[in-house]
Structure formats: structure tokens, C-alpha cells
Design a protein around this ligand. Structure first.
Ligand code: SAM
Length: 204
């Protein structure tokens, strides 16, 4: 990883995603049992888990981000074990049907070959297990979508692989998830190209 990816991008990522945190916190409170958080980043969500959680396992490919997340774990002092490890959502080193919940927040914009990651999430979730998600996605509005497509190549470079053109709602549906609840909206406090959000819980 480069200095930009290890040090500079994580700083801007934390600032840029602050606006979403209150909503993400409310959503993550719905995770329960044994939880897998994919793309845990710098650990921005690790303080949001409720007493319904027994254990959190976080995976993240960027080791420098995980070091920061590890400090969050030490400062938070959870009542349940939190285990963080370097890993890739496309090849999860866990057994089938081994988690009650999987949390994916602002991560399906960035994972290369997201189809592989969603299959892996389904594999490790127990039947009836929950996928708790909060993702920025492609707009439903043709003009905004066209601008997202124009800007995406530059954005991808600046934001370490993040794409603003992903249809993550379809991705989850095509993988066989059923929505328990989903909110599909434009966030009022972020620029239009990043504003389309899907947030909710889907069930295996
Ligand atoms: C915008 S950040 C969000 C981080 C964190 N989920 C949050 O809410 O702050 C996207 C994250 O996805 C991670 N990521 C990228 N490719 C991944 C992959 N193949 N598997 C798992 N995580 C990945 C990035 O390293 C980064 O930490």
C-alpha cells in the first residue's frame, strides 16, 4: 500500500463519512449474536454495537487502517470479544453458516468484484441471518447517474477504488437476500453524486 492509501486517504475518509455516522449507529444497533463486519476500516463503527452482540469479528485489507481500529477497540472497552484481522471480503476465512449478522457499511462501493463478496457473505451467514447495510449507490435519477458515470474514473483514483456507480440494491437481491426493511433515499447533507443511499437489513 502507498503512503496515500495508508495515511492520507483514511484521514479524509473519516472526515467525509462523519455525516453518515448517526444513521449508521442506529442501524448497527440491529446487529446481534456473532457479528462479522466487512471492511471495518479505521473502526468508526466499532462503538455502535449493542448488548445483543456476543462477538465482533472485523476484516479489513488495509493493515494501517486496522491498527487505528485496534486503538478504538482498546479505548472502547467492549463487554464482548472484538477480533480484527487483515482479510478480503471476496475470500472470507470462515466456516459456512457461522455468523448471525454481517455488517457492511460504505464498503460495497469499494470491493472489487462485489458479486464474489456478496456470495461470501451469504455463505458465512446462518440461515435467517441478517445483513445490516448502509451504502452509497448509483442514483435512480438519469441525470445524476450520467454525472456519476462521468466522474467515476477520477473519483475511483482519488478515493482508493471507491465507485459512485454501483447498483448494490440489485446486487443483494440477485444474490438471494430478502429485505426486512430498506430505505432508499438521497442524503440531504452530502453532495448529489454521493447522496443516493440504501440502508437497512436484508435476510438470508
Ligand atoms: C469508505 S471505507 C469504509 C470503512 C468503514 N466500513 C466505515 O464505515 O468507516 C471502505 C472500506 O472498504 C475496504 N475494502 C476495500 N476492498 C475490500 C475488500 N476486498 N474486502 C473488504 N474490505 C475492503 C477499504 O479498505 C475501506 O476500509
Amino acid at each position: 500500500m502507498s503512503f496515500y492509501e495508508d495515511k492520507i486517504f483514511p484521514y479524509f475518509m473519516e472526515k467525509a463519512t462523519k455525516t453518515f455516522r448517526r444513521e449508521i449507529a442506529e442501524l448497527i444497533a440491529q446487529a446481534e449474536g456473532r457479528v462479522l463486519e466487512i471492511g471495518a476500516g479505521t473502526g468508526a463503527n466499532l462503538g455502535f454495537y449493542s448488548a445483543a452482540v456476543m462477538e465482533v469479528v472485523g476484516i479489513e485489507p488495509v493493515a494501517a487502517m486496522l491498527e487505528k481500529a485496534q486503538r478504538v477497540v482498546q479505548q472502547t472497552g467492549h463487554d464482548f470479544p472484538v477480533q480484527l484481522q487483515v482479510g478480503d471480503a471476496r475470500a472470507l476465512p470462515f466456516e459456512d453458516d457461522s455468523f448471525d449478522s454481517v455488517v457492511a457499511c460504505l464498503v460495497f462501493c469499494t470491493i472489487p468484484e462485489p458479486e464474489q463478496a456478496v456470495e461470501e457473505m451469504r455463505r458465512v451467514l446462518k440461515p435467517g441471518g441478517k445483513l445490516v447495510f448502509y451504502e452509497h449507490v448509483a442514483s435512480n435519477r438519469p441525470r445524476v447517474r450520467a454525472w456519476q458515470k462521468r466522474i467515476n474514473p477520477l473519483w475511483r483514483k482519488l478515493a482508493c477504488g471507491c465507485e459512485i456507480t454501483r447498483d448494490t440494491r440489485c446486487l443483494f437481491e440477485n444474490a438471494g437476500f430478502h429485505y426486512q426493511h430498506i430505505k432508499d433515499f438521497d442524503h440531504p447533507k452530502v453532495p448529489p453524486l454521493m447522496a443516493p443511499i440504501i440502508a437497512g437489513v436484508a435476510v438470508k
